[in-house]
Design a protein around this ligand. Structure first.
Ligand SMILES: Nc1ncnc2c1ncn2[C@@H]1O[C@H](COP(=O)(O)OP(=O)(O)O)[C@@H](O)[C@H]1O
Ligand SMILES: [Mg+2]
Length: 395
């Protein structure tokens, strides 16, 4: 796969010279004319490497390097080679201090640039993958420890909260292909498009997916489950249909919220493997505790890192004879968030097909779910924020 290199240079002659050198090595080139433009391209395209000229109008190349390092999400690193005017030690030290990985003085020798770029790409090959993932939307999967604990209720209302209050773009996917009930929860007829229209099209790509998404009144976009259980078979686990769709959706939205099926079939395992966050929903009873243990074991087998897991206790204040504290001590895991028990609100919003987060955002139940939405959103700098990055002050 060719690497994507962002070239930041003001003078067309230098843009052309550096661009051509790198193109000859088979890299894809994106060009920016100044630091602000470079910052935007870095956030939006997440290049594999940046080659930049220090001599820019407005903020300098060194300042751009520092700004990028400051905004970079933890655990990611875009390799940067800075091209400066001088070959003196001071210029080099300044560049490296700002966070550049390499420094070249002008005039740049094509072979040297090519070798340095190749070296940096090899050195940062792994972080580069995670850096690119960060630029896309996040996949948040919701999994119930057993049926009826409120997974669908929480997934739907969190998705709406992310959009309503935090202004994120959200795709909500009904991952229960046979008995998905988002149509009921969200008052959508069986005539609405569904995942079937995506998998029976010629190819799963952004154009196709865009057409099958259904806009909900709350402002989020839905990918509905097949209208009948038999049709679920058309969504192929072997061809990883659900995973492919979710991966396309993450390029189009800030968040892809997937309400997973309880069965740990190919689809569910695919999505769990790809998810940036797995929210496990439970209630405080023995069968849930037993199942959460099994879920944790499955996650370990799938090598899903612990920090991606988030345990949510639903109907937390309902009497079950088991306290949140004892759930935590038995599972040796902290409950990340608790949601109050309010059956009347939950069931009436289900019966009317009007989710409480959209209809009654100020209710206690909505507020409890909104806190969860904020929590899942807090984790790292989102792509939306990165896209809005600016240099502070005027130049
Ligand atoms: N916090 C809550 N308090 C009271 N009832 C709830 C709560 N969350 C969900 N419910 C109710 O629990 C039932 C099952 O919810 P659902 O979201 O369909 O669960 P799941 O998707 O896990 O099967 C529904 O009747 C729903 O209204
Ligand atoms: Mg459900």
């Amino acid at each position: 796969m060719p690497s994507r290199v962002l070239v930041v240079a003001a003078q067309p002659a230098i843009q052309l010279q550096i661009g051509n050198m790198l193109r000859r090595d088979g890299h894809d080139i994106v060009v920016a004319g100044d630091a602000q433009d470079g910052l935007r391209h870095w956030a939006a395209d997440r290049p594999d490497l940046i080659a930049l000229d220090d001599d820019l109008p407005g903020p300098s190349g060194v300042e751009l390097v520092a700004r990028i390092r400051q905004a970079e999400p933890a655990g990611t690193h875009t390799p940067i080679v800075l091209i400066g005017g001088g070959n003196d030690v001071d210029a080099k030290v300044r560049a490296l201090r700002a966070g550049a990985d390499d420094y070249l003085g002008k005039p740049v020798h094509p072979q040297e640039l090519s070798a340095r770029v190749r070296g940096l790409l090899a050195r940062f090959a792994r972080p580069q993958i995670s850096a690119r993932r960060q630029a896309f939307g996040r996949i948040h999967a919701y999994y119930g420890a057993k049926g009826g604990v409120g997974t669908t209720t929480i997934a739907i209302n969190t998705a709406i909260g992310l959009h309503r209050e935090l202004k994120r773009s959200v795709a909500l996917v009904d991952g229960n292909l046979q008995f998905g009930d988002h149509r009921v929860f969200l008052d959508m007829g069986v005539d609405q498009r569904s995942i079937i229209d995506a998998v029976t099209a010629t190819g799963v790509d952004a154009e196709v997916i865009r057409k099958v998404m259904v806009r909900h009144d709350s402002g989020i976009d839905l990918l509905l489950a097949p209208p009948t259980p038999e049709q679920a078979e058309l969504v192929s686990g072997e061809q990883h249909h659900l995973l492919r769709i979710v991966e396309v959706l993450r390029t189009m939205y800030d968040y892809v919220v997937v309400d997973l099926d309880k069965r740990l079939d190919d689809h569910t395992l695919d999505v769990i493997g790809a998810a940036d966050r797995l929210v496990v929903v439970m209630t405080a009873d023995l069968s849930c505790i037993k199942n959460v243990r099994l879920v944790f074991e499955t996650m370990a087998q799938l090598a899903v890192p612990d920090e991606r897991l988030m345990l949510v206790l639903n109907r937390a204040n309902a009497f079950t004879g088991i306290s949140a504290k004892s759930v935590e001590s038995v599972l040796k895991t902290q409950i990340a968030h608790q949601i109050i028990n309010d059956y009347r609100s939950a069931i009436s919003s289900l019966n009317s097909g009007a989710p409480f987060m959209a209809n009654k955002p100020d209710s206690a139940l909505s507020r409890a779910v909104m806190e969860l939405a904020r929590l899942v959103d807090q984790q790292a700098t989102s792509s939306a924020e990165l896209r809005e990055l600016e240099f502070a002050g005027t130049y």
